[in-house]
Design a protein around this ligand. Structure first.
Ligand SMILES: [Zn+2]
Length: 216
């Protein structure tokens, strides 16, 4: 039987509620995909929502950093560290970072805890990215692949999911406020404040056209 646990980053107040997956997680994912119902209550409840909707819904409109667990709890979506995506990776020839899957009315986001590049920040962004797919298109089964920063190969859907994830983890209003608060705003200080990687912060600043306001 799976058991519940909390993943806690000591120096941060963010936690992700998670259930421990079994060793047959890939087979289980594929089984979930086949069994999925078109009427998933969790996905239906979140589909069409914007990053602002999710922040307001979890009372975090001005929260820095954003607590993803509060959003996931509200959306009734579990986060499951998955230990074995090897079967899926062998079939596709690609590295899997995360996945969104449903079973009945339940939805879960899986992330690849065996992938060496899955740092805390990458887990956070992967979870936000998978959440974005649920909101943007109501995806019930989505696999996020690792592209080794090959942005050219990303589809519009993937780019939009990344933009959504950036807006959720780094809301523009909060970012501008932090830039104002910090005497000498740097990418590293802002990344630390929002609990994201430096590269995610850089991409967000570039997307918003705010790079000139921040020291590298
Ligand atoms: Zn994706």
């Amino acid at each position: 039987m799976p058991y519940k646990r909390k993943l806690t980053k000591c120096r941060k107040r963010c936690t992700i509620s998670a259930k421990k997956g079994g060793s047959k997680s890939t087979a289980r994912l594929i089984r979930i995909q086949k069994e999925e119902s078109p009427m998933c209550e969790a996905i239906n409840g979140i589909m069409g929502k914007t990053p602002e909707d999710l922040l307001k819904g979890s009372h975090q409109i001005n929260a820095v950093p954003v607590d993803l667990s509060a959003i996931l709890e509200k959306a009734k979506i579990s986060v499951i560290p998955s230990q074995d995506f090897s079967e899926y990776e062998q079939n596709t020839g690609r590295r899997v970072l995360g996945a969104l899957a449903t079973k009945g009315d339940s939805a879960a986001i899986f992330y690849n805890e065996k992938e060496p590049s899955m740092t805390w920040h990458r887990i956070r962004f992967t979870v936000a990215h998978e959440l974005a797919h649920a909101c943007l298109s109501g995806d019930k089964f989505h696999i996020a692949f690792r592209y080794d920063d090959d942005k050219e190969g990303q589809s519009e859907e993937e780019i939009n999911a990344n933009i959504f994830a950036g807006a959720l983890l780094i809301p523009k209003k909060s970012l501008l406020k932090q830039i104002e608060i910090l005497l000498i705003p740097t990418i590293s200080l802002l990344a630390d404040a929002f609990d994201v990687s430096r590269s995610v912060m850089e991409a967000r600043l570039k997307f918003l056209g705010l790079t000139d306001m921040v020291l590298t």
